[in-house]
Design a protein around this ligand. Structure first.
Ligand code: BES
Ligand code: MN
Ligand code: ZN
Length: 494
């Protein structure tokens, strides 16, 4: 929506943003920021309901800002810093339509009347604007006229709010990169291409990088990747990124982030039907979210603990070389898997990453993101991601990060009975129980066979939230970069 967004600018801004709470007028500090005195009366107008994001526009006389956007902040008693993400998006949509290129945001007055942290408020505002600003027009051609977009300058607030703005814009930039990767079509975004993008980012951001492909996969016995990726010309790989802190607080044990990175999911021989394939270029969005997080971790968050990312990347295709229902795979941790459905492929490649993480990385804990099941979309829609985590301490950390980023997670159960459901008559376990019960939980139960006892871990099924079907909050139709900001906030608290 914008060509770029930066913190800065001086002189009279094209637009000034002031805020007020529902049922209240403009506070003293906001009134002082408006020399025309016209903004105060705008809150009396009918359209000024005070609802969060509702805007009343004021046109002060010459010499002042071109327009003042008097924006509702919702109810004061319920106000949270993270509400500013949606409010900033509403303001941003208005600025994009008026093509204003500089804006001053003066919310110090109303913020001081709440317990909201000014840095968190600035960050949410920056995230809202930054996420709204995302555009991906790489795949437009000659038949489309490119719209003109403003280079937006933002300023305002106290120094904590301004620092927050910078942080929020940077987090949004990381999430936006994840969105651009997600948007890239599967004839371009192959596993090798994903590895190349990850490598370029890692070199620039100072992360370690290693890509396992071909013979490496055999050496590491990444049996899931080898089999799931067999049918495609676009060969599978495991991408490993590593962040090492300058001044480590805790030696050794890294936080491990795992992402399902299927560059296309046709279903394989258990082919998807009835248009179920459309959109499956986004089956890599777990990995995209993890890459976005690693970018934020390396460039903005810089936590004092090591972080390792593992992206299991393949294309689930069909050919005479495809893996098939009835095949049995033996994993590096000794567990054998009977394939009942080649469309339950995500868990097969993730199992490689979980085995490797536990055996080689010796993690403090593991968080894994995947577009794993259609069932989670049925259960939770696009409002919550499904969270599977039986470790109280890790869940508390994730809940905190989720509250900060606005990426909602809802806990779903894990119980030994679900593990029983996965037992196979011929091998140890099945990749999918054909009775079609509790699909999202089956996925988690399957993965549990590949996590070593004592390692805290979380599986987050993002199949419902990785993309939106229409404009919502700071998002436009398309990918949300889900998880990039959540995981960045998770590491920020370490
Ligand atoms: N990638 C899909 C899940 C998915 C569905 C993601 C819809 C995004 C939107 C996954 O690999 C899959 O095919 N899952 C199957 C599992 C089943 C065959 C056990 C599903 O959910 O139907
Ligand atoms: Mn599938
Ligand atoms: Zn899939």
């Amino acid at each position: 929506m914008f060509e770029s967004i930066r913190v800065g600018g001086q002189g009279t801004p094209a637009a000034l943003v002031l805020g007020y709470f529902k049922g209240e007028g403009l506070d003293k500090r906001s009134r002082e920021a408006d020399r025309s005195g016209m903004a105060a009366s705008a809150t009396q107008r009918g359209e000024a309901t005070g609802e969060a994001g509702r805007i009343a526009e004021v046109f002060p006389p010459k010499g002042g800002p071109g327009r003042i956007l008097v924006v509702g902040l919702g109810e004061k008693s319920k106000f949270k810093a993270s509400d500013l993400r949606g409010i900033a998006a509403a303001v941003g949509r208005r600025l994009a339509s008026t093509k204003d290129a500089s804006v001053e945001v003066e919310l110090s007055g109303p913020l001081a009347a709440t317990r909201a942290d000014h840095a968190a408020a600035g960050s949410a505002f920056g995230e809202g604007l930054g996420l709204l600003g995302w555009v991906c027009d790489t795949f437009k051609g000659k038949a489309t006229t490119a719209p003109t977009r403003a280079k937006l300058l933002v300023r305002g607030g106290d120094s904590a709010f301004r620092d927050g703005l910078e942080r929020g814009l940077a987090l949004a930039a990381s999430a936006n990169w994840a969105r651009t990767l997600s948007e890239t079509p599967p004839n371009v975004a192959t596993p090798d291409w994903m590895a190349e993008q990850a490598t370029k980012m890692a070199r620039k951001a100072g992360l370690g990088v290693r890509v396992f492909r071909g013979k490496d996969l055999e050496r590491e016995r990444f049996i899931g990747l080898i089999n799931v990726g067999k049918a495609s010309e676009n060969k599978p790989c495991m991408i490993r990124l590593e962040y090492t802190p300058d001044r480590p607080r805790r030696k050794g044990r890294p936080v491990v982030l795992i992402g399902k990175t299927m560059t296309y999911d046709s279903g394989g021989l258990s082919l998807k039907v009835n248009n179920g394939m459309v959109g499956m270029k986004r089956d890599k969005d777990g990995g995209c979210g993890v890459l976005g997080a690693m970018h934020a971790i390396a460039t903005v968050i810089k936590p004092r603990v090591p972080v390792v990312a593992l992206l299991a990347s393949a294309e689930n295709s069909i050919s005479d070389e495809a893996y098939r229902p009835d095949d049995v795979l033996r994993y590096r941790n000794g567990v054998t898997v009977e394939i009942t459905n080649t469309d339950a492929e995500g868990r097969l490649v993730l199992a490689d990453a979980f085995c490797y993480a536990c055996e080689v990385e010796k993690p403090a804990y593991i968080v894994e993101l995947s577009t794993l099941t259609g069932g989670v979309v049925t259960a939770l829609g696009s409002t919550y991601a499904g969270l599977f985590c039986d470790d109280d301490a890790l869940r508390a950390k994730l809940d905190k990060a989720s509250a900060a980023s606005g990426e909602r997670v809802w806990r779903l159960p894990m119980h030994p009975e679900y593990r029983e459901m996965m037992k196979s008559p011929i091998a140890d376990i099945l990749n999918s129980n054909p009775n079609r019960k509790a699909h999202p939980i089956q996925g988690a139960a399957f993965l549990s066979y590949f996590v070593e006892e004592g390692v805290p871990w979380a599986h987050i099924d993002i199949a419902g939230v990785h993309a939106v079907e229409g404009d919502s909050g700071p998002f436009v139709k398309g990918p949300t970069g889900w998880g990039a900001r959540l995981l960045a906030n998770l590491l920020d608290a370490e």
